[in-house]
Ligand binder design. Structure first.
Ligand code: MTE
Length: 305
């Protein structure tokens, strides 16, 4: 896989949006960028066999940036695009604390500069039964974890979103217990599919998608993908998460895509790929089972939903 840092990527090298929009891409269940049509330097090497590949089209950019869930900017699907238009993300700091050898408050640039930015084309499945295929840019969360060196007491990673009502008008309404929080078990956080994303479609993230840095965990429902992160804490016990706290019977801590466990108010067996008419069957772990099912061996996934 070809890897570049943001500072090393010249504007002329970034895949023009037109190419993204025109071309069919292959996404392999390896989860790495496996892009069929050559032509740009962000291409990944094809390492998934033909059988494991599935031809899927990228979701058009206008849907990726126009149909969002980001309650800090409003609860309507088009609110984040409208209300995050002028969202200021510089300067931005991320606190890394808890059970780590190297706790620190990083300027975003210092946090991201040493990391290997890659493109990952992932299927994304929202708990509301719609899905997209998105070309993310980001780096493996485990590379950051290895850098800050958690101690043996760190069993989970907890993430927190910015909590600034001046910049995020949705925070004035108590729709969730702010700030937005999410969490992963350490082995989920260390899994190579788990990334912190700083961009999509070859450009920096826009506010509505979680600028300047957000989590992407492709085998879990989208709500695990916490946006606009300001704190990453290494903790001993399972952390509180916003959705689990607001409706524990509807949103579990694990939130693995599981078509056999219905949401109490709707089925999770099928999904609507944004841009398509017919619903398609939802795949266990969103199609990444061969890579992640082992993390949950022995767990009752109806109870740990
Ligand atoms: N992160 C924060 N801070 N606030 C949110 O409301 N919504 C989640 C997740 N991350 C949310 C969030 C939900 S429900 C989904 S489906 C995804 O973001 C949507 O990400 P996208 O809009 O980039 O597709």
């Amino acid at each position: 896989m070809l890897i570049k840092r943001p500072a090393d990527i010249r504007e002329s090298e970034i895949t023009p949006e037109g190419l993204y929009l025109d071309r069919r891409k292959f996404i392999g269940t390896s989860g790495q960028a496996v892009i069929a049509a050559a032509g740009a330097s962000l291409l990944g090497a094809c390492d998934a066999s033909a059988e494991t590949q599935q031809k899927e089209e990228l979701t058009p950019l206008e849907d990726v940036i126009g149909y969002n869930n980001f309650y800090e900017f409003g609860t309507g699907k088009d609110d984040p695009a409208k209300n995050a238009k002028n969202f200021r993300v510089r300067p931005w700091t991320v606190v890394v604390d808890g059970h780590v050898a190297k706790p620190a408050t990083y300027n975003l640039e210092d946090l991201v500069r040493p990391m290997k930015i890659e493109e990952r084309v992932y299927r994304m499945r929202c708990v509301e039964a719609w899905s997209m295929v998105i070309p993310w840019q980001g780096f493996a969360l485990r590379d950051l974890i290895n850098r800050v060196r958690p101690t043996s007491r760190a069993k989970y990673v907890s993430f927190t979103t910015l909590n600034d009502p001046q910049r995020m008008p949705g925070l004035r309404y108590p729709v969730l217990d702010w700030p937005y929080r999410e969490g992963l078990r350490m082995d989920e956080a260390m899994h190579p599919l788990t990334i912190l994303s700083t961009g999509l479609y070859g450009k920096s993230l826009l506010g509505q998608n979680g600028a300047p840095i957000r989590l992407v965990v492709p085998w879990k429902y989208g709500f695990k993908g916490i946006k606009s992160i300001v704190r990453i804490s290494f903790v001993e016990t399972q952390p509180q998460t916003s959705w689990n706290k607001s409706a524990p019977n509807e949103y579990g801590f694990y939130a693995n895509v599981n078509p056999e466990v219905d949401h109490p108010r709707w089925s999770q067996a099928r999904e609507r790929r944004i841009g398509e008419w017919l619903r398609r069957p939802t795949l266990p772990y969103n199609g990444y089972a061969d890579q992640v099912a082992g993390l949950y061996r022995g767990m009752d996934l109806r109870r740990n939903f």
